[in-house]
Design a protein around this ligand. Structure first.
Ligand code: ADP
Ligand code: MG
Length: 558
């Protein structure tokens, strides 16, 4: 029945009627199909040869992307189980930054295989336990497959960056961008007191600028702000100058500006205007007296103050974003001044300010010892290009950071999944009862990665898998598919490199989501089938006694 229903294509899930779903015996099928359909929808983007999706948001905006989490975020999914799959992608994005499509594809295949097991009357609890066991085992095995990488091994780290960027709009410029990403990540890498490596992405900023090609993107030791001087007579380049950061406006206070004065003769008005001018002058004088060569102001700057500052040869920029001010404080080793009257020279930072060729932004480099903070300035011809580049670079940064902190990488191109599948099939022999079948189903699900990578690149996925399995059973654990050359080879050698952190995260996100979907159905059917008392997974941790205990027992496993 369920099979038939699926064949008739229960309309792409997504508009399920809640009440019915809760009662209907096909609820499980329905749920699983819903989750799977979402997984299907992003699978075709997996890997360098994956296709892009064009998404039109409800507001009519267009996003063209290959990024799993972006696609799922933009899709208007209105089905609780389908949403869980979207959450897999979101969790993966948060925890690892890359590997979202992988996580979702694996979750989809886990559910598909789970459905087969359920149809063979294997209880969801056994499936969940098997999946949990397999996931833990797989994560342990990954540690054994991982390969060490040194923090100064630029070549390997650039391969990690490039692999994360493949298939994104960034790919064409991936050599250049990988270079920048590794420089930037290394620049914010520090060794902690306990000897561990920390990549502090808080000291790295990503700026985007439309207009030039992505190949003109830059790594800046310091910051960049897309701003103009407030006055055309101001200098635009200042070499090793003193820089003042202010978060108050350089104007008359509002009370003063709004004051109403009644004047009885013209000289009184004159006097009043002069007094205002004097106060504005005093603001500029104050800045000059401090010795500032550059003022970066978070708020507005009065015309008169601009004029006086220009006369003093001081560069002033207004309405600098708060986040930029805070970042530049680190770059320049400055303090952020709120009251000019009480500011001292101690508050000034030091740095070199220069203009870019297009006269659109300022580069700001710190010149004192306290300076830290770097910027990746990403360029692209249009917003679409820049956005996709930024997504690619963000993924790359996250994985390079994880390679640096863990000191480990993995071969890519489906090599780890194939290797894990083999190892899990062996491990399954040691697992008793029906959970064994679930462990095997988990192993099969992992092979979705090499299968879809091959499929998306136009190769025969079955042939590919057969070849891969053969190589791995001969002990060649780094063999995967290189979709650029079409070769089945050592993908680490070929420069297709991932990180164990991303992969581990993808495995746990996928199995948690699959289990969650299965668990929900389990609770529903527990209510309906309260007389059955199916207790086949005896010996499992906590042995879920009656139906009542089942929910709690499984809750603990999730
Ligand atoms: P995800 O969102 O999971 O990161 P991607 O579309 O970025 O999805 O694809 C990642 C997969 O593509 C990884 O399994 C990675 O090893 C693989 N991959 C990257 N470059 C290649 C390549 N040249 N040949 C084969 N596989 C590759
Ligand atoms: Mg990726």
């Amino acid at each position: 029945m369920s099979q038939e229903q699926r064949m008739q294509g229960q309309p792409m899930i997504i508009l399920g009627d809640d009440a019915q779903r809760m009662k209907d015996e096909s609820a499980q099928d329905h749920n699983i199909s819903a989750a799977q359909a979402v997984a299907e929808s992003v699978r075709s983007t997996l890997g360098p040869k994956g296709m892009d999706k064009m998404l039109v948001t409800s507001l009519g905006d267009i996003v063209v992307t290959n990024d799993g989490v972006t696609i799922l975020d933009e899709m208007d999914i209105d089905n609780p189980t389908a949403e869980m799959v979207v959450e897999v992608a979101e969790t993966q994005e948060e925890e690892a930054g890359d590997g979202t499509t992988t996580a979702v594809a694996i979750a989809g295949d886990l559910l598909k295989n789970a459905q087969d097991l359920l149809e063979r009357d294997i209880h969801p609890t056994a499936v969940i336990k098997g999946f949990t066991l397999a996931s833990e085992q797989a994560r342990e095995e990954l540690d054994e497959i991982a390969v060490d990488v040194e923090s100064d091994d630029d070549e390997r780290l650039e391969q990690v960056a490039a692999t994360a960027m493949t298939g994104k709009g960034a790919e064409e410029y991936s050599d250049h961008l990988s270079n920048l990403v590794v420089d930037a990540a290394q620049a914010v890498t520090v060794e902690a007191d306990d000897g561990s490596t920390v990549v502090d992405l808080a000291f790295m900023k990503i700026e985007t600028q439309t207009g030039q090609s992505p190949g003109a993107s830059e790594f800046i030791r310091g910051g960049a702000i897309s701003k103009d001087p407030v006055h055309e007579d101001m200098p635009t380049d200042v070499e090793d100058g003193d820089v003042l950061l202010v978060d108050q406006s350089l104007e008359l206070s509002e009370a003063e500006a709004d004051t109403q004065v009644s004047v009885t003769d013209p000289s009184q008005l004159e006097e009043f205007i002069q007094q205002e001018e004097q106060e504005l002058r005093a603001i500029a004088d104050n800045i000059a007296d401090l010795g500032a060569d550059v003022v970066l102001c978070q708020k507005g700057i009065d015309d008169m103050v601009q004029h006086y500052l220009a006369k003093e040869g001081i560069l002033a920029v207004r309405r600098v974003k708060r986040s930029d001010i805070e970042f530049l404080r680190e770059v320049l080793g400055a303090k952020v001044v709120s009251e000019l009257e009480t500011a001292t020279t101690e508050d000034l930072g030091s740095g070199t300010v220069s203009r870019d060729d297009d006269e659109e932004l300022f580069y700001i480099e710190g010149t004192n010892d306290e300076a830290h903070g770097v910027t990746l300035l990403l360029r692209g011809s249009t917003d679409h290009v820049v956005d996709e580049i930024e997504r690619g670079v963000n993924d790359a940064l996250d994985v390079v950071a994880s390679a640096l902190t863990t000191g480990q990488v993995l071969p890519g191109g489906g090599a780890p999944e194939t290797e894990l599948a083999g190892r899990l099939r062996e491990f399954a022999d040691s697992v008793s009862g029906r959970q064994q079948l679930a462990v095997e189903a988990y192993a099969d699900a992992l092979e979705v990665v090499p299968r879809v990578l091959a499929e998306n690149a136009g190769y025969d996925s079955i042939d590919t898998l057969v070849e891969l399995r053969a190589a791995h059973s001969d002990g060649e654990e780094r063999v995967g598919i290189n979709v650029h050359s079409g070769d089945i080879e050592d993908t680490l050698e070929a420069g297709i490199v991932e990180t164990p952190h991303t992969k581990k995260q993808a495995l746990s996100a996928a199995s948690e989501a699959a289990n969650l979907v299965l668990k929900i159905d389990d609770i529903i059917s527990a209510g309906d089938l309260s007389t059955e008392g199916d207790d086949e997974e005896a010996g499992g941790p906590g042995g879920a006694g009656g139906m009542g205990g089942m929910g709690g027992g499984m809750g603990g496993m999730m």
